[in-house]
Write a protein that binds this ligand. Sequence first.
Ligand code: PMP
Ligand code: GLN
Length: 380
Amino acid sequence: MHPLYQHMATSVFERMSLAAAQHGAVNLGQGFPDFGWPVEILDAAARALKDGSNQYAPSRGLPALREAIAGHYAQHQGLKLGVDQVCVTSGATEALAAAILATVEPGDEVILFTPAYDAYAPLIRRAGGIVREVPLQPPGWRIERAALQAALSPRTKAIVLNNPHNPTGRLFDREELSLVAEAAVSRGLTVISDEVWEHVLLDGQDFTPISAFAGMAERTLKCGSAGKIFSLTGWKIGWLISSPELATLAARAHQFLTFASAPNLQAAVAYGLAEGDGWLRPMRESFSRARDRMTAGLEASGYAVLPSASTYFLCVDLAASGIAIDAEAFADQAVERAGVAVVPLSPFAEHDPPRHMIRLCFAKRDETIDVGVEAMAKAR
Ligand code: PMP
Ligand code: GLN
């Protein structure tokens, strides 16, 4: 048995979802919408299941999907991609694994901004890498030059960037992205850029991929996910975007992780991307409204809610809400006694994790939000 797995906890998302099911609680923990997907894409998947191929897809993905992904990023982010720069994966989770396996050698240091999505550190460590945490400080959660510089060393190989950022809901600004780009270009680092939330932008904001910065296209491995774009998290169709050279290396890792993903779902995602972006605006507007509804409800019962500009998560500062127990204890108590599952931020950093912060998912129908907010009122 590899020692890494002997003391590893089960992912906080799985733990909280199991606890929600066990206690019949409303699940505002694991991030998944309970509305908002375009129904046409479900019909496209059903058609592809019945009339299309049910045998192995090409390892790098269906040509139609790779073309649709390249077209989508040309339209939305001005990226000029050939299909040889796109590799379809089983969710962004696999894209991350392939990117890390293709990049990190034993002894390499990899920078993570914490709190960080929980998949990065274990993957880096299993590849033999050493995690260097750069803590982002609440309530601003900004990338600061001094903190980044302090974490860089001659052994730094890569930076994992997650923008927009889960769990904080931050959309990093140009100044912060420039700091990352400058460090990467001046030191010859690879940037693994987890951009799965690139379309979940609130309040009419714009997204700039890090690969658009000077010198970054050839050193960035971008990870994307149809699960987030179409609010269909269970589909697990993701992708890696990179230079042709890096994409080939990552595709070699991918071929021995899953080899390929379900052809029918790939066909449906290709259909969805090629259909245009009619779903985008309504999705953003409904998530912005949902955020406002949840924020107002939580504030009415005395919770200190931090601003959220992207993703469908918001954070609550328990200490600032006058709650003395830590986030883990609060989350256990809330799901067991008050009937609401939330996610504590403590598992998202190893050094000095935020111990008084919880995350809630607001991508829910009004009824779900109202039940959740009522339960939160009882949880304090
Ligand atoms: N990265 C981040 C930051 C995420 O939030 C998620 C899912 N919530 C993933 C990766 C995984 O995406 P997928 O479900 O496509 O594997
Ligand atoms: N990414 C989702 C979240 O942040 C959960 C993904 C998972 O359960 N592994 O809640």
